[in-house]
Design a protein around this ligand. Sequence first.
Ligand code: MCN
Ligand code: CUN
Length: 782
Amino acid sequence: MTGAYGPLPRKEDARFIRGQGTFIDDIAVPGMLHGAILRSPLAHARIVSVDVTAALAHPAVVAVLTGDDLAERGMAWMPTVFGDVQAVLATDKVRFQGQEVAFVVATDRYAARDALELIVVDYEALPPLMDALTALDPGAPVVREDLPGGNRIFDWSAGDKAATDAAFAAADVVVGCDMMYPRSHPAPLETCGAIADYEAVGGRLTLTVTSQAPHAHRTLYAAITGLPEHKIRVVSPDLGGGFGAKVPVYPGYLCVIAASMATGRPVKWVEDRAENLMSTTFARDYHMHGEIAATADGEILALRAKVLADHGAFNAAAQPSKFPAGFFHIFTGSYQTRAAYCEVTGVFTNKAPGGVAYSCSFRITEAVYLVERLTDMLSRELGMDPAELRMRNLLRPEQFPYTTPTGWQYDSGDYPRALRLALDMAGYDELRREQAERRARGEYMGIGLSFFTEGVGAGPRGQMDILGLAMADGADLRVHPTGKAVLAVSVQTQGQGHETTFAQLVANELGISPDDVDVVHGDTDRTPFGLGTYGSRSTPVSGAAAVVAATRVRDRARVVAAAMLEVAADDLEWLDGKWRVRGDPDLGFGIAEIAQAAHSTLELPAGVEGHLDASAVYNPPNLTFPFGAYICVTDVDPGTGEVRVRRFIAVDDCGVRINPMIVEGQVHRGLADGIGIALMQSIVFDETGNCLSGSFMDYLLPTSLECPSPELGETVTPSPHHPVGAKGIGESATVGSPAAVVNSVVDALAPFGVVHADMPLTPGNVWRAIQGRPVRTDLSLG
Ligand code: MCN
Ligand code: CUN
């Protein structure tokens, strides 16, 4: 039944469009102080001394914290979400430009900022390690002498090496390429921040913080501060976008906690844009070598990849702990390959930590880019149309559930249908004709395809955890006597519309209106435990928990309805939103009437508790595997290297759509991300370690001028294991679209003999590619 599903306008917009949202910087607590962070100007240096005397003498300054002060509280280091440790305030060394060194607390924000300049830090500069490709060279600067492995974080592999090598040896055609997925940044409109309010008498800490995962945060704060977890309340208010940046715990959050403990007053810290771009979690930074093997008639036989992953100065990759390279080993994508093998080595460098987040599906972004670029190269090598090559190799509907050579089990899909629809919508044959005509006239038009499969909704509890916490999520559903419901969930929305879609999920099960369901989230005191929002897991996991809780409410309602109707519960069936007597459907009650009766003096059978409230914890049996077919049409000016995205056709399949309008909004957003990543974004450093991308003048965001109005299509292949057949959608378009854009630009440049060009395809880089010169992800080099 899908009565409450559909394109319902978002409930939360009533406050957002009136400017009545409550974001971190809207919140003021009585008596609140303001913090500012002193950050390292150097990428790599020993700290000789930190002198805060002059800053403390500033009339508005209440306290200054250094790493040594935190060490006294046992808070100088914190575990990262991936189980490394990261300095909260550096004591021994600074390891990236922008690293936190001291925290000033003052009566106002401006004074706190001013006082930063009064702190004197004596640094002894060390040579920085900025190029991951040299990290393992003998004699390379060592970033982490606190760890035994030198700059090597991990070596990891997946797949069957021998079978893959054999398939390559037997292949007619092998194509390979080095490609770089540049370091990018999620850049949410709202930066990160927190307000800590420690109440010493009761020993209670309230932390209001920009967090996509309030419960996981709370457990971490308990571990770091030593405060008992039940005395910590984490509140995540409205978030102005997260895109992954608000998953990790950042040093600033620990600084406000320590400062509130030290001063006995609430302390707020909100970072500025430069701090956000330089020091919060980045994404990608993958140096990849990929190879694809095929028969002469275009049957893909095998794939292999070797990756060097730059994780920055601390390993803070926000991903399940058994997967040091995330889900990169899904890199066989949507095709039937017999064998695959990949090796990933992670290294430390003197850059800000992070390494996954930005609508990434745990590195599936990089994997999709790799396989989709290789597929296009193969089609060029074979002289076979890229659509035809893909159609020939796509998994067939009858192959699902499908186990990939690296061990993923895809739940469901009809890939050829999605690709056919995209080709039809694009008018593919006509586009190719137009391209040929234009080429004859010296015009450079590109048509780029990509087909992606994602795995979202982490994860089965035996396989996926963060810091030992299994990735399961709870839902509590209360139904008041009048039949109005309140759903409390562990995930937190950052703009995805959960207050609407989660209400729809419950309303659909209970036969009531979504207006009658309020969604509570973002407050650990009011919601059940769960690991939070990332990896598009809210709908697959928390949404499933909500549905299970709602079906439990419905089951309870059945017993009450039977008592009301004086029939056996078995004689009732759920039909059109009511429990009705089988064979006499006019006789029945809806949830509102049953809720009232459940709270009344109606006599219930022995053992029946009354009240309809129910809860659930959902352990997903598998990920859900959404997929899509994208086509990007570009026009490239060979004189200036400028790329114009003319059309973007996107067919997405995320199973059953709860709110198609929200789903389309998610796709629009992700396509803009992908266009930005492919054409203009890269966080870059000079060789001395200066981050050159600390503002929106340097790190460019795509606007409506660069993004055409996308043409969206859908197919619906329900997930067989999700209670309502839904798969996640939140990251699909970010994951799937960069390859389509790059494939399109490279296709446009084919007459110049260009077979590959690394992102970002800025005018300068496109021009270089045309000239046959190496393109640079390092935009600093002009
Ligand atoms: N939805 C639906 N039907 C489906 C699948 C999803 O109606 N079959 C709805 C959902 O109920 C939800 C939205 O679409 O309202 C996204 O759902 P889902 O795919 O479950 O993703 P999450 O809610 O877990 O959101 C996380 C995902 C991630 S990981 C990033 S990063 C990202 C993204 O969502 N960050 C965003 N989209 C974002 N959108 C906004 N506006 N802001 C961000 O920071
Ligand atoms: Cu990887 S960015 Mo989202 O999963 O929060």
